[in-house]
Each structure stands twice: as C-alpha cells, then as structure tokens.
Design a binder for this molecule. Structure first.
Ligand SMILES: [Zn+2]
Length: 296
C-alpha cells in the first residue's frame, strides 16, 4: 500500500492490564480532530475477512463487516494482507520475544501457522495506512494493551511510536476480574504480569516516547492527564475531546463502555466495598509490593 501522507503516521500504543480504563482513554483521544481511536485492534486477527462467521461489534454498533469504516479499511488493506492476517496472532510468550532470532518465524495461534516478523510488520503497516486513509487522520490510538506486540510494532521505523502506560490500582483490577469471572489469584497474576511486561518493554526501548499515567488521576482530573498524554504525541488539547460520546467512533474492540451515550466520567472504586479482608490479605501478600511501587 502506498503511503499518501506527507508526514509519517503516529501510532499511540495504550498499554495496561485488563480493566485499566483504556477504553475511556481511547474514546477521549479518538474525539480529537487529528486522532482516530481504533480500540483493541489486535482482535482483527479473529476476523475471517472473506467469510465472517464470528463477527464482533464495532463502537458504531454495527458488526465489523457491516461497519462502513472497517469494511473500507479491510478493502484498502488488500487481499494479500487480509489473507496473511486472518486467524493469526503474535505469540505472547516472553521467551519468544526475548530470545527468538528475527529471521525465524513466530508461531501463530493455530498449530502449523507461522508468521515472520517482517510479514507481521508489513501487515500492520498496511492496516494502519488503510485506517489513516479512511479516517483522514494521521494519529492512530491502538489500545490493544499487548506490550510485546507494541514492542515488535515499534520496530517499524516508518511510523512514530508513543507508548502510554495506564496503571490502575491492582485492587480495582482484582475486583473487576473477580466480579466478572470469579477469579482470585489469577487476576493478580494478570494485573502484575501485564504491568511487569510493560516495565520490561519500557526498559528495552529506552529511547521510545513514553508517558505513564494512573487511572485514578485520569478519572479525577481527566483534562490535566489527557494534556499530559498529548504532549509526546505533539498535539494540543481540544475541549471537544471531553464530549467523546457525541462523536461517531469505530473502536474495533474494548469494553462495553464503548457504547455509552454519556460523557460522564465516574471513578470506579467498587473494590473498596466489595473486596473481603481475605482478598486484601492475598493481594498484599502477592502483589502489594508492585502496588506500592506505583504509589498506591
Ligand atoms: Zn464502526
């Protein structure tokens, strides 16, 4: 796909654990006149472009294949890219990222399917360019939150990359997982693991533009924190960003918050009422140290 933009595209990678508030941040950033928020676009791998059998819902409430934005993007990506991306996803293992040779293939999700780093980057290059062409915006917010994927993508020097690390109090994430799935220690593992992986990515990519913000500060003073996030991206705040629910957006994945019709921002601190003493003891024992590092 030919690049038609005069300046290189900027990819803003939102990184964080599950339930860290990334959907809200994606919606607010996506309401900027120069930005398009595409949400958890890593899920594009779940899509069978030619024959969608399991279609997901876009923020516009249409299914991906019925949404005019995504069907346009998919068409512009070209057949080769569509075929190469369908059903494939980069492996998540630390081992593969840290020790694999660049020329060796990565394993995909399906057994026997493998993908080269170059193919992975070229596929995303085609996808991001198609998104820029359809949206007519040259700043793309990708809140897939997968830090290793973002680290791999940041090797593509055809783009500017900005990392936003969104941290949320581990007890809040613990409660969100517990409420949704009934998980205990597994939630702690996911929260701690996600944040430690992000710290590793920040260490490995010291020259990258990184901004670290806390969910609680963001919700308390959204305008102030959004301004801080915009600084490394190189754009200024627009008041219209706070009316994020009024703009038509097309996040491909993310939580239910995407479908909100309200511009209200409310702090979710339900964990304070719902976590038991036993839960809090387990948390302190296994993850309290990391929460302290993040000044909770
Ligand atoms: Zn849509």
């Amino acid at each position: 796909m030919k690049q038609t933009h005069t300046s290189p595209l900027t990819i803003v990678h939102v990184l964080g654990s599950g339930h860290c508030g990334s959907t809200l941040l994606d919606l607010i950033l996506g309401a900027h006149s120069k930005v398009v928020g595409v949400g958890e676009v890593v899920n594009v791998y779940l899509h069978n472009f030619e024959n969608p059998t399991h279609d997901y819902r876009c923020t516009c409430e249409q299914n991906w294949s019925a949404c005019s934005f995504w069907s346009n993007v998919f068409a512009r990506m070209g057949e080769k890219t569509r075929k190469s991306m369908a059903g494939r996803r980069i492996a998540h293992s630390v081992f593969r990222l840290l020790f694999i040779q660049k020329k060796k293939p990565f394993a995909g999700v399906k057994p026997g399917q493998r993908i080269q780093l170059k193919t992975f980057l070229d596929n995303h290059h085609a996808m991001y360019n198609a998104i820029a062409q359809v949206s007519k915006k040259n700043i793309i917010v990708d809140s897939s939150k997968d830090s290793f994927r973002a680290l791999l993508l940041s090797q593509d020097k055809r783009f500017n990359h900005v990392f936003v690390h969104l941290i949320r109090d581990g007890r809040g994430v613990f409660w969100s997982y517990k409420r949704k799935y009934g998980w205990g220690w597994r939630a702690l593992y996911l929260w701690g693991g996600a944040n430690l992986k992000i710290e590793l990515v920040k260490l490995k990519n010291k020259r990258a533009k990184v901004v670290t913000v806390r969910y609680e500060d963001f919700v308390k003073e959204p305008e102030k924190i959004v301004k801080r996030v915009l600084r490394p991206i190189g754009i200024t705040f627009e008041p219209g960003m706070m009316r994020f629910a009024d703009s038509q957006q097309h996040q491909l994945g993310g939580n239910r918050m995407r479908f909100t019709k309200s511009n209200d921002i409310r702090m979710d601190e339900a964990w304070r009422r719902n976590l038991t003493k036993k839960d809090l003891r387990l948390f302190t024992l296994l993850a309290g140290w990391l929460n302290k590092i993040y000044k909770y």
